[in-house]
Design a protein around this ligand. Sequence first.
Ligand code: NOJ
Length: 554
Amino acid sequence: MRDETTTQPGHEWWRSAVIYQIYPRSFADSNGDGIGDLPGIAGRLPKLAELGVDAVWLSPFQKSPQKDAGYDVSDYCDVDPLFGTMADFDALLDEAHGLGLRVIVDLVPNHSSEEHEWFKAALATGPGSEERARYMFRDGKGANGELPPNNWESVFGGPAWTRTTNPDGTPGQWYLHLFDSSQPDFDWTNRWVRDRFIEILKFWLDKGIDGFRVDVAHGLAKKAGLPDFLRDEAYWLTKPEDRPENPYFGNDGVHEIYREWRALLNTYAGDRVLCAEAFVEPLTKMAKWVRPDEMMQAFNFPYLVTRWVPEKLHKVIDDSLAAFHAVGAPSTWVLSNHDQVRHATRLALDPSTMTADRITGVGPLTEPKPDRAEGLRRARGASTLMLALPGSAYLYQGEELGLPEAIDIPDADRQDPTFWRTNGESYGRDGCRVPIPWEAEKPSLGFGPSDQTWLPQPAEYREYSRDLQEGVDGSTLELYRTLLRLRHEFGLGTGSFEWLPGFPIEVLAFANNGIRIYFNMSDAPVPLPEGEVLVASADVASGSLPAAAAAWIR
Ligand code: NOJ
């Protein structure tokens, strides 16, 4: 059972936790409809406890028309029938807590679904109404309002504004959607919106959840006047610290919102957590989201998007520890999630040409295809390094199996709005969202009781099935299990960090709580320093550390 007592400030569980991201539609399907669900998750939780993680984060399972796989919520306090019922959620929460796992729920406050009652009311009541003031409605430009209010583009491609139609059929106002047109942005300057979200937070906190992962936590405050702004190629090629100020992402207005949320969380026992999905750079700016009176954690995206370049990895580790520690927060570490090319594939891409670090940048990955074996070697090395770093680490379902990106999904099967909004120019995120393989000889590789899966599973997923790796020395699953066990045993999550001198730049070497960690990013083996090898991502029996491998030594 988990410890219900409030920990001492400075020793909260989330400072060092390993948190496993469950993408509900692709984790485990209990009823054979091809879409994962809450009972499916509950049934597999013992496997996660065995793996040795501390908590799970569930991507959205709330009521939603699923235009953006649940990140378009139509009722924040209900479960979508696709995933089960509220009773199923309650059972899952009990099961998790019984296994000693904490549960973090996704919260999507930047926008709702177009099918939310509030948005429907906003459309029905017309310009100037209280209902419209909850969202970002504006008159268009041009003689007849035929032009969008500004030039902002949706993160998924295409314009960030959609024009409404009045009840009499004439064209009406425009509404802002930083993502898909089915995801209208809220107006967070409106106290009414803030009050409703306080109620939503309370609803889940009262149920006993352990915290929230906050979607688009950098987007709630828009700059007054909504000035024009374009993220063109030149913008992306500019260093983060030199880019012009973004009027919709990273504005200071968000911080007062999170201070209010933090104050609410502080009234609950049990160290509840808020984790920001704040895609802002540089890290010193991201650290503002985790000042002592705001959120507790922020996803370390600069770390995730670091390419296979040793100098860059060195720097991002230094920058992360410096930036987060300066505000008294732990650093987080993450290599994969449901929006990014899986790291077992991404790390084998050519670092000089890859654009796989932003949603609309992910083009076809077919030419040339990243080498699977090389990708896996690198991913195992990178994860072995990551899990030795002090702070909290996030894992994405399937990475413990070494799962690669599903590259060859037929166009007709693709579901990500990014694919459709860019006319197929951007492949979007379906490749990292394919249902994961549990049992090699079962239908849908054990994902569910039928052959159906909402995205097709590539043939090669069979060989990554969990049952083929369980108890198998050297498998990726056993590597993760060992890493997690040793990480706890040696207190690495709450440990210290010190680079070890005397190594070439391609070999990252550091110490944490008396353990030495080596990661060979060069193309050739290097001699392994003396000591007892606790765990290694590759065979080190010969006394050398192979290319792309990492080892922990005492
Ligand atoms: C970030 C989420 O991780 C992503 O999946 C989603 O599409 C956008 N936010 C919009 O909610």
